[in-house]
Design a protein around this ligand. Structure first.
Ligand code: AMP
Length: 215
C-alpha cells in the first residue's frame, strides 16, 4: 500500500479532461477508503442555482465554459473543507484547474494526484452522450432512453456547458491551464497516470493497483 495512504490528512486529487470519469472514480475511491469527496463543479453548479447576483454571475461563467475567479472558488472550497473531519483527509474532483489554484492547497503536504487521460476524440464522444440529473447531479453516459434519474427520480438533461461549442472551449481551457498543473505534480513526484479510456471497472482496478490496495 502506498505509504501516503497510511498518513493523516491525505488529499487525493483527480485530474483529467471533461468526461474522463473523474467524478465516477472519485466516488468509488471515496467509498473504498471511507473518505469524503469534494466535487468542485457540483458545488459551483449548486451555488449557481441560488437566485442572487452572485448566483447569476456563477451561472453565466459556467455556461460560457470559463473558470470562476480564484478568490470565489477558494471561498467555496474552504467552506466545504470546514465541514469535513480533516484527520481523515478528502478527495478532490475538479480542483485545482490551474497553477494558482494548485499553490493554494500546498499546505496539504500528503497528496496523491491521479490523472485520468482521455483523447480529445473520446472526450467529445462521451460528452455528447452524457446526461446529468438536474436534481442530484448524478451523471449517466449512453443511457439514451433514460429520462429520469435512477437515484432520485429527477429529470435528466444535457448540461448547458456540455453542448459542443462550449465543450471545445472547456477542452482548450483544460489544455492551457490544467496541463501545467500536471507537469507541476509530475515534478514533485505526486502524479499517478491512469488510462481513462478503459471501462469504469478497469480504470478503478488500475487505480487500486497503482495505490497498492487490494480490491
Ligand atoms: P465540471 O463539472 O468539473 O466540469 O465543472 C463545471 C464548471 O464549473 C467548469 O466548467 C467551471 O466553469 C466551473 N469550475 C469547476 N471547477 C472549477 C475550478 N476549480 N475553478 C474554477 N471554476 C471551476
Amino acid at each position: 500500500m502506498d505509504r501516503k495512504l497510511k498518513k493523516e490528512k491525505l488529499v487525493i486529487i483527480f485530474l483529467g479532461p471533461q468526461g474522463s470519469g473523474k467524478g465516477t472514480q472519485a466516488e468509488l475511491l471515496g467509498k473504498k477508503l471511507h473518505m469524503p469527496v469534494i466535487e468542485m463543479g457540483k458545488l459551483l453548479r449548486q451555488a449557481s442555482q441560488i437566485n442572487s447576483v452572485k448566483g447569476r454571475k456563477i451561472k453565466k461563467i459556467i455556461n460560457e465554459g470559463k473558470l470562476l475567479p480564484l478568490s470565489e472558488t477558494i471561498d467555496i472550497l474552504k467552506n466545504e473543507i470546514n465541514k469535513i473531519n480533516l484527520q481523515k483527509g478528502f478527495i478532490l474532483d475538479g480542483f485545482p484547474r490551474n497553477l494558482d489554484q494548485a499553490k493554494k492547497i500546498e499546505k496539504f503536504k500528503n497528496k496523491i494526484v491521479i490523472y485520468l487521460s482521455l483523447s480529445e476524440k473520446e472526450t467529445l464522444k462521451r460528452l455528447g452522450k452524457r446526461k446529468t440529473c438536474s436534481k442530484c447531479g448524478k451523471v449517466f453516459i449512453d443511457k439514451r432512453s433514460l429520462i429520469k434519474c435512477s437515484v432520485c427520480n429527477g429529470k435528466l438533461e444535457q448540461r448547458e456547458d456540455d453542448k459542443p461549442s462550449t465543450i471545445k472551449k472547456r477542452l482548450n481551457l483544460f489544455r492551457k491551464s490544467t496541463k501545467p498543473v500536471l507537469e507541476y505534480y509530475q515534478k514533485k513526484n505526486e502524479l499517478i497516470n491512469i488510462n481513462g479510456e478503459q471501462s469504469i471497472d478497469n480504470v478503478f482496478k488500475e487505480i487500486l493497483k497503482k495505490l497498492g490496495i487490494g480490491k
